[in-house]
Design a protein around this ligand. Structure first.
Ligand code: 5AD
Length: 346
């Protein structure tokens, strides 16, 4: 085990079997050992800085039917909404004075948000706030679409790969969604010059340790600028309602491995991690995460963007309570900064 940890630290590359051994070696002692190395690594690149991103959930209307997701098409209990351009710009108006210099527009795959509408919103945000970064998280689109959005000013794109194993992908998604197309999207985004984020859920249904090892190898090779990982959490109105939630501990362990492998990656302590465990976000930071994404959506829609049950949207999770987040982060020796928080090349 120690040999593999040393190799990960020094060479930042392991074989799939070595990643598997690392995953199988998960224990509280090894988790603390890796977390310490991960904190050291994060500090080398980003000191004790924690970047914040204002998350604007623009629509919970989705044409897809992913089995795990609360806003899947066939969930008739979801109370659907989409924000107007004006509402989205108001979220930015609220976030900017609070110190947000990245706005993340995330939503289901809602055909209302075609290229023309998204380009218009993105270019307006960039015009009004030339010093912010705009991140999009709007699912799978064509190369031409990603190109148009980039030209309108989008800087980054988040699209979790969900799982790097085809068979596992097929158990989480309906047959019209394929890992192949997901990877095509990620490659398109990269070739267009976006800072790209991939990621996956921890302990999603049917996930094996081998699947997780494949996810780590995929991240090593794809080398994204950002990576979102959080525990799977069941949603009552999905086929996975009776499945078990993923653990915060394994999520943190994987965060540490990713940080050690990619010293300068932008790694969020996700909302799902904050939702599953007391002080989950702080535990994420102490495991090597360096980003948090407070919710900037209008209060009235927050409950509706329900990807899983008991999703946090108040307290330090919400943008208005940034002072509380700052205090919490400061209490463990880190500092929330007002910064675009771009990826640092090494
Ligand atoms: N539990 C945890 N994460 C989820 N996501 C969707 N549904 C769930 C769930 N039930 C994640 C997916 C998606 C991101 C926006 O949210 O990984 O890419």
């Amino acid at each position: 085990m120690q040999k593999i940890i040393d190799k990960l630290y020094n060479e930042r590359s392991l074989s799939r079997d070595e990643y598997l051994a690392l995953i199988k070696g998960f224990s509280p002692e090894n988790a603390e050992k890796l977390a310490e190395l991960a904190r050291q690594r994060a500090k080398e690149s980003y000191q004790n800085k924690i970047f914040i991103r204002g998350l604007i959930e623009i629509s919970n209307i989705c044409k897809n039917d992913c089995l795990y997701c609360g806003i899947r098409r066939s969930n008739k209990n979801a109370d659907r909404y989409r924000l107007t351009k004006e509402e989205i710009l108001e979220c930015c108006d609220e976030g900017y004075p609070l110190g947000f210099r990245t706005f993340v527009m995330q939503g289901g795959e809602d055909s209302y948000f075609n290229d023309e509408r998204v380009c218009d919103i993105v270019s307006n945000i960039k015009r009004i706030y030339p010093d912010v970064a705009v991140t999009l998280s709007l699912g799978e689109r064509s190369y031409e679409s990603y190109k148009a959005l980039k030209e309108a000013g989008a800087d980054r794109y988040l699209l979790r790969h969900e799982t790097a194993t085809c068979e596992h992908y097929a158990r989480l998604h309906p047959s019209e969604l394929t890992l192949g197309n997901r990877i095509r999207c990620l490659n398109d985004l990269k070739s267009l010059g976006y800072q790209v984020g991939c990621g996956f859920m921890v302990e999603s249904p049917y996930q094996t340790e081998e699947n997780l090892a494949a996810d780590l190898k995929f991240i090593e090779e794809f080398s994204p600028e950002m990576c979102g990982i959080g525990p799977f959490i069941p949603h009552i109105d999905t086929p996975f309602r009776d499945e078990k939630a993923g653990s915060a501990e394994l999520t943190c362990y994987l965060l540490s491995i990713i940080r050690i492998m990619k010293p300068n990656i932008l790694l969020p302590a996700t909302t799902a991690l904050g939702s599953i465990a007391e002080d989950g976000r702080l535990k994420g930071i102490l495991s090597g995460a360096n980003v948090v994404m407070p919710n900037l959506s209008p209060y009235s829609v927050r409950k509706k963007y329900s990807l899983y049950n008991n999703k946090l949207h108040t307290g330090a999770e919400s943008a208005e309570a940034l002072d509380e987040l700052k205090r919490q982060v400061a209490s463990i020796g880190y500092e929330v900064v007002t910064d675009k928080g771009n990826y640092k090349e090494i």
